[in-house]
Design a binder for this molecule. Sequence first.
Ligand code: ATP
Length: 148
Amino acid sequence: MSSSSSTSNRALKIRVIGPDRVIFEGEAASIQYPGGDGLYGILPGHAPMITTVEPGLLRIKDEGGGQEVIALARGFVSISNNEIEFAVDAGERADEIDLNRAQAAAERAREHLEAGTTGREEYDLVRARYALLRALNRLHTHEVSSHK
Ligand code: ATP
């Protein structure tokens, strides 16, 4: 037999880096992440690839069905030789998420969006939309992790 029998066991090396820290480093059997054009599932042996990352949930799965979840903001991911490196503008492991802060951020962003474009640069609305997505994703990530 070749060494391929080991490929189902945490064969992926994962690093998630933010602007000022390593958010996660470890191994996985598979992952699922929010790419710019939808969810991507990655197994060992995936072809080299670079994609964008949008606010959403990164699932880091082990071979037994367990998973760690991380809230990602925006960024990029590169996949090569079973090594997966995320570079994101923010990210939190589920146990790091401050729920009150995320709720307050979601409320602020909603108020901005409801105020509409009048007197506001369009870019402000794009920022408010992403702030809302980040906040809702933090709340969702916490929710998912507490039901694991
Ligand atoms: P806020 O308005 O509350 O600052 P934000 O979405 O603008 O939220 P980011 O710019 O995405 O915040 O993140 C700035 C830093 O704060 C990052 O290090 C991020 O991990 C952290 N952070 C933001 N919101 C939370 C939260 N609810 N819980 C834990 N860390 C958070």
